[in-house]
Design a protein around this ligand. Structure first.
Ligand code: ATR
Length: 282
């Protein structure tokens, strides 16, 4: 049988860990596959996906900033992709691209099973309303929190996400300028890309946290440093970066493509070893 072709599309994508993660899963499960990283801007993406399709692409992951564009290119989408309005996993079947979103399931699996966090909290705060936030918000609500407050620099995007979630009263949007007046949260999740701009972007009020707050950044590596540094300075009980979510969303995509669920712990441990300083906790 010929080797099946997979790829991650993003911009930039050169530092993506997805080829490494899928390569490790493939070795572990004995599946022969080729997994490339393909750089494409949102403008280039349709043509790049077409070229990948023509070359026999069987599946792809989609990362920043293409998740909403990917959604628009799919002939069919899963319910969780539709709820997110964003796609991170493409599967070729019957000559069409089928879109799924494994980010939310990956985040919830990492936070509950690996980090041991209870997500049935009273008040959670989601910072951001872009593709990353849209991907995780439905799964966070499904995990059983009473209230998910969504705050975004551009308030229309926060309102649109709350509307799309369809749970008025549980999903609540507020202005970024009002962060200092919202009280404290059990869980604060950073789904913005502000950390890529450096520490100055995280001048968030300490009143958002208490000594039981868990702070979670969907980013990993250097992009997670500013928010997690803020969370530690604010006295949060736990700080968690997005490395575990990355491995778990990949495992969920792998399962969809190959019908086998890989062991994520050894892959997570190997990546963490390279990046040892970014998760701390009790
Ligand atoms: P992603 O897929 O990472 O969510 P995105 O759709 O471009 O990418 O969204 C980036 C998110 O980070 C948005 O919520 C954005 O806020 P706006 O919608 O107001 O642009 C947020 N963001 C980026 N830089 C930020 C900053 N310096 N401060 C606050 N939010 C920021």
């Amino acid at each position: 049988m010929s080797i099946r072709r997979y790829a991650v599309f993003g911009h930039p994508v050169v530092h993506s860990l997805s080829p490494r993660i899928h390569g490790a899963f493939a070795r572990q499960t004995g599946i022969a596959l080729d997994y490339a990283a393909i750089d494409a801007t949102p403008e280039d993406f349709p043509a790049a996906l077409e070229a990948f399709t023509a070359s026999g692409g069987a599946g792809a992951n989609v990362t920043l900033p293409l998740k909403e564009a990917a959604f628009a290119l799919c002939a069919r989408t899963s319910e969780r992709a539709r709820r997110a309005g964003a796609v991170n996993t493409l599967t070729r079947s019957d000559g069409q691209w089928h879109g799924d979103n494994t980010d939310g399931a990956g985040l919830v699996r990492d936070l509950m099973d690996r980090q041991g966090l209870d997500l049935r909290v009273n008040r959670a705060l989601l910072l951001g309303a872009g593709g990353a936030a849209r991907g995780v918000a439905p799964a966070l609500l499904d995990a059983g929190m009473d209230e998910l407050w969504i705050v975004n620099r551009n308030p229309q995007r926060a309102d649109a996400l709350v509307d799309a979630l369809g749970e008025p009263g549980r999903a609540i949007s507020r202005y970024w300028e009002d962060l200092g007046r919202l009280g404290d949260f059990d869980l604060v999740i950073n789904a913005t890309s502000a950390g890529r701009e450096g520490a100055a972007a995280f001048a968030l009020p300490f009143t958002l946290t208490n000594d039981r707050t868990a702070a979670v950044d969907l980013n990993y590596g250097e992009a997670a440093i500013p928010f997690l540094a803020w969370a530690r300075a604010a006295g949060c009980r736990r700080t968690v970066d997005g490395l575990g979510m990355l491995v778990e969303q990949a495992a969920e995509s792998f399962h969809g493509w190959h019908g086998m669920r890989p062991e994520t712990d050894p892959v997570y441990a190997a990546l963490r070893e390279r990046d040892a300083t970014l998760v701390t906790g009790d």
